[in-house]
Design a protein around this ligand. Structure first.
Ligand SMILES: [Cu+2]
Length: 153
């Protein structure tokens, strides 16, 4: 390798490094996910709930969720209807700028439908959250949720 090609090589590598840093920052900076967990299931239970805290600095909308553990994932809201808790699918979940939206037991949650296997404490599942920002750009945030027995619903 000549000195010239070595120099070009270094510049190219630096470029790749800077590009990947830029891509990382763009992909993860705005949206923060924390405290994700999924509730362990009993044998024969075809669905499970998962919870997390999510926030977007600029404001965004959660439009889709996928998991390796389930055929489909929906966002559900919970409403007290004369003493009966009713769940309703939310097609979109708004994340107001700078606010943490909590998905927690007895409230808005992720519903894992068509579980591929029972969820046992100590396992973990993936959750891929697809969001759209104010400019219409979509991104997917990947998170891992440990499975826990958790408090009673
Ligand atoms: Cu539900």
């Amino acid at each position: 390798m000549t000195r010239q090609t070595l120099r070009l090589c270094r510049i190219a590598l630096l470029g790749i490094f800077l590009l990947s840093r830029g891509a990382l920052a763009a992909g993860t900076e705005d949206v923060a996910v924390s405290g994700a967990w999924a509730r362990a299931t009993v044998p024969g239970q075809p669905v499970a709930a998962a919870y997390l805290d999510i926030s977007s600095r600029q404001g965004a909308t959660l439009i889709a969720v996928r998991s390796d553990a389930a055929g489909a994932v929906q966002v559900h809201s919970m409403r007290d209807d004369g003493g009966v808790m009713r769940m309703r699918e939310l097609k979109r979940l708004e994340l107001p700028a700078g606010q943490t939206v909590r998905l927690a037991p007895s409230g808005t949650h992720l519903m894992l439908l068509g579980l591929k296997a029972p969820l046992r404490s100590g396992d973990s599942i993936t959750l891929d959250l697809t969001l759209v920002d104010k400019a219409g750009r979509s991104r997917t945030v990947h998170t891992v949720a440990p499975v826990r027995a958790g408090p009673s619903p």
